[in-house]
Design a protein around this ligand. Structure first.
Ligand code: THU
Length: 132
């Protein structure tokens, strides 16, 4: 039985609660449903040497790969502040998601305004770079 979008968003919100974001104060959580209908989560982890921080999507993808997941069916990203910006995945994370995506991969974005939007990865990263 596949996990409902609301539950996927809740998993991303729960992961967001673990974010280590002492420099930006911008917490993000991500939750993935993989090709075997399994859930993987991650949060952003910052560092005093700023460029070394990792995005939540990156952490969730790493968790999926470590468990043998091959494809992202859906990914929910919870983060951002309604007064600043919705946390649509950054450019680098779009490319990271694309690496494990197919044309049906859905990206759900949820922010403090309690609204969520849904995109196809092909909408977020058209004409993407690939090697195969
Ligand atoms: N961040 C994410 O985790 N995912 C994104 O797609 C965009 C940005 C994090 C990185 C950094 O820790 C904080 O949000 C502010 O940029």
């Amino acid at each position: 039985m596949t996990i409902a979008d609301e539950d996927l968003i809740n998993a991303a919100m729960e992961a967001r609660g673990q974010a280590y974001c002492r420099y930006s104060g911008f917490s993000v959580g991500a939750a993935i449903i993989d090709d075997q209908d399994r859930l993987h989560v991650g949060c952003n982890v910052e560092n005093a040497a700023y460029p070394l921080g990792n995005c939540a999507e990156t952490a969730a993808i790493a968790a999926m790969v470590q468990k043998g997941g091959k494809r992202i069916a859906r990914i929910a990203v919870a983060g951002g502040r309604a007064d600043i910006a919705t946390c649509t995945p950054c450019g680098g994370c779009r490319q990271r998601i694309k690496e494990f995506a197919d044309e049906k991969t859905v990206v759900i974005v949820y922010d403090d305004s309690n609204e969520w939007r849904q995109y196809l990865i092909t909408e977020l990263l058209p004409a993407s770079f690939h090697l195969d």
